[in-house]
Write a protein that binds this ligand. Structure first.
Ligand code: NAD
Ligand code: 0WE
Length: 256
């Protein structure tokens, strides 16, 4: 039997076919999970509808700007009505105002700091709180993070601070939700050429840097993030919670 047969999941963060969320959603679906999707705004509705249609025309697709409590409440109300329960949640959402990812961290405005943390870190807490009452058979919550949370990656700036908050939030959520058999883990991905990465000055050089310096001498493939997503969602990871799992060709172990 497939690893996720009978599991019901919801995916936050599909923007297009290159999205990490899409890679993990496809891997979850291939293992038998039934999925609902959310999209950030009207701009992305059609993209997500087209992609989700590959899983059948009755796929649940709902709008959700994760900074809006009423949209989060509406999503989980509908999921409760249509699914009745939930086992899996993927948080693959991040945003900082562009100017905060250029120049020096010291110049981060109060507003950029607030927005980055609201969208990229607090949202995990809000989504976990809304999902937990539906995870009556236990569950697996996954969030995407990046190495810039623990070491300085020039220009990642306030996103690094927000990812540190995301990873710490995952640990505190893991503690709160452990008694309900709900696990909370992060996947720390090496750089992947997505919408969120494109347009970042020097991103191509960063891919080359990983190819030169990571132990495996290559970049990460979206399917490999999917495979780790399946593992963390499956019973094989039943005793793993509060962790950050590196899917980065080994880059994180290097000191130089
Ligand atoms: P992406 O642009 O495909 O996905 C980012 C998603 O965040 C989009 O779907 C966007 O709609 C969503 N989003 C932004 N603001 C939102 C809001 N207010 N409400 C709801 N959704 C919102 O890019 P991606 O690279 O797939 O990013 C997904 C996750 O992976 C992010 O958390 C990112 O930090 C993380 N990550 C990316 C890389 C990389 O190199 N691409 C590496 C490590 C971690
Ligand atoms: O988490 C990310 C990027 C997230 C992101 C991307 C953007 C671009 C468009 C958040 N906010 C915005 N805001 C925008 O206006 N990554 C892990 C990819 C990434 O981004 C970097 C990186 C890497 C890696 C930025 C600088 C340096 C390295």
């Amino acid at each position: 039997m497939s690893l996720l047969t009978g599991k019901l999941g919801i995916v936050f963060g599909v923007a297009n076919k290159r999205s990490i969320a899409w890679a993990i959603a496809q891997a979850w679906a291939k293992e038998g999970a039934r999925l609902a999707f959310t999209y950030q705004g009207e701009r992305l509705k059609e993209n997500v509808e087209e992609l989700a249609a590959t899983f059948g025309s009755d796929t649940l697709i709902l709008p959700c700007d994760v900074t809006r409590d009423e949209e989060i409440a509406a999503v989980f109300k509908t999921v409760g009505e249509k699914f009745g329960k939930l086992h899996l949640l993927l948080h693959s959402v991040a945003f900082a105002p562009r100017e905060a990812l250029e120049g020096e961290f010291i110049n981060t405005s109060r507003d950029a700091f607030r927005i980055a943390h609201d969208v990229s870190a607090y949202s995990l807490v809000a989504l976990a709180r809304a999902a937990a009452p539906l995870m009556t058979e236990g569950g697996s919550i996954l969030a995407m993070t990046y190495y810039g949370s623990e070491k300085v990656v020039p220009h990642y700036n306030v996103m690094g601070v927000a990812k540190a908050a995301l990873e710490a939030s995952a640990r505190y959520l893991a503690y709160d939700l452990g008694p309900k058999k709900i696990r909370v883990n992060c996947i720390s991905a090496g750089p992947v050429n997505t919408l969120a990465a494109r347009g970042i000055a020097g991103f191509t050089d960063m891919l080359k840097h990983y190819e030169a310096h990571a132990p495996l001498r290559r970049n990460v493939l979206p399917d490999e993030l999917g495979a780790t997503g399946v593992f963390l969602a499956s019973d094989g990871a039943a005793a793993i919670t509060g962790q950050v799992i590196y899917v980065d060709s080994g880059y994180q172990i290097m000191g130089m």
